[in-house]
Design a protein around this ligand. Structure first.
Ligand code: NAI
Length: 333
């Protein structure tokens, strides 16, 4: 039986890394009918929007998407297609497992963290305006509903996956009402999950502790903005953005995408590391019940990187994306 999945190549390196993932998935023997979903800065001239309704409809219909990054201009221009997609589909939980990678030596061995980021509100509400020239106001929206829902997700994830602890990360010493509400919700949900340890960390100190000793954390539970920043920091602990996968999960749909962006500095050069999208694809395959194929792809990545095979320049190698994917496909056999 073939699965129906929306593929959103996105911008920059997106088409390079998503097509690499499609090739490896096919080589692993999983039959997928891919439906193209357009999104990102490069489709605006065609549709007048970075997120055409047809793409939203396709993900709703299929329930699952694999997505490349979409570029968003800085300081002006169109609004983010990512944020719009997450809101349109109510993909409230952003899951980013961060693990040390076989064959990629970094300062710490055995990093094993899970970032759970609230995905629909906070400063990403996009509500900002000029009060008077020279003064701009941006609204940070935190609700009890979204905070409780993401906390429930984090604790349920911890229980299901045998994790020991959830740490709520906040700045409630300064944002006493908004981050205070977030913490209240986390505490209430924590009380309902007594088997999982619960503690709290102020976001700035948490960043310092993460770079000194990541083993003190397990599951990190964060609002949208802190989650965005801290997950890139965590990616740096294990070898960079080319490696870390992600999933945007809602009640009805799941969109799998890497943590990284469209990497305009290397787009079109054929040297992007597709591992992060591939690991996102293995999360997707498990979601689809294709656990064996997912495990084979994960093992193939470990074999190639762990065995001194070709690697892309972000990991210190000289291989192109295509050469690395050739090695992965050979390692699947
Ligand atoms: P970025 O993640 O695109 O790049 C940061 C650095 O990491 C660059 O040096 C890049 O070459 C490197 N890098 C990232 N992914 C890589 C990969 N797979 N292989 C090798 N090197 C990789 O972040 P940046 O430059 O801040 O953002 C660029 C654009 O991406 C922006 O328009 C931003 O809005 C967008 N973006 C989109 C996301 C999404 O669609 N989910 C997430 C993050 C950013």
């Amino acid at each position: 039986m073939s699965h129906h999945v929306t593929i959103i190549p996105g911008d920059g390196i997106g088409p390079e890394v998503t097509s690499a993932a499609q090739r490896v998935i096919a080589a692993a023997g999983v039959a997928i009918d891919w439906e193209l979903g357009e999104a990102g800065g490069e489709v605006i001239h065609k549709y007048g929007t970075a997120l055409p309704q047809a793409t939203i409809d396709s993900v709703v219909k299929n329930g699952v998407a694999l997505k490349g990054p979409s570029g968003t201009p800085i300081g002006s221009g169109h609004a983010s297609a990512n944020v719009a997609l997450r809101k349109a589909l109510d993909l409230y939980a952003n899951l980013r497992p961060v693990r040390s990678q076989v064959g990629v030596p970094t300062r710490f061995e055995n990093v094993d963290l899970v970032v759970v980021r609230e995905n629909t509100e906070d400063l990403y509400s996009g509500i900002e305006h000029v009060v008077v020239p020279g003064v701009v106001e941006t609204l940070k929206i935190i609700t009890e509903r979204a905070s409780s829902r993401i906390a429930e997700y984090a604790f349920a994830y911890a229980e299901k996956h045998g994790r020991r602890k959830v740490t709520a990360v906040h700045k409630a010493n300064i944002m006493k009402l908004s981050d205070g509400l977030f913490l209240d919700c986390c505490r209430r949900v924590a009380r309902a999950h007594p088997k999982i340890q619960y503690d709290e960390a102020i976001v700035d100190a948490c960043c310092m502790q993460l770079v000194r000793d990541p083993s003190r954390y397990d599951v990190l539970l964060l609002e949208n903005l802190y989650g965005d920043i801290v997950s890139d920091l965590c990616a740096g602990l294990v070898g960079g953005l080319g490696l870390v996968p992600g999933a945007n999960l809602g009640e009805r749909c799941a969109v799998f995408e890497a943590v990284h962006g469209s990497a305009p500095d290397i787009a079109g050069k054929g040297i992007a590391n597709p591992t992060a999208v591939l690991r996102s694809a293995t999360l997707m395959l498990r979601h689809l019940g294709e656990d064996d194929a997912a495990a084979r792809i994960d093992r193939a990545i470990d074999r190639v990187l762990g065995g001194g095979g070709p690697r892309t320049p972000d990991l210190g190698g000289k291989a192109t994306t295509a050469e690395y994917v050739d090695a992965l496909v050979a390692a699947l056999a």
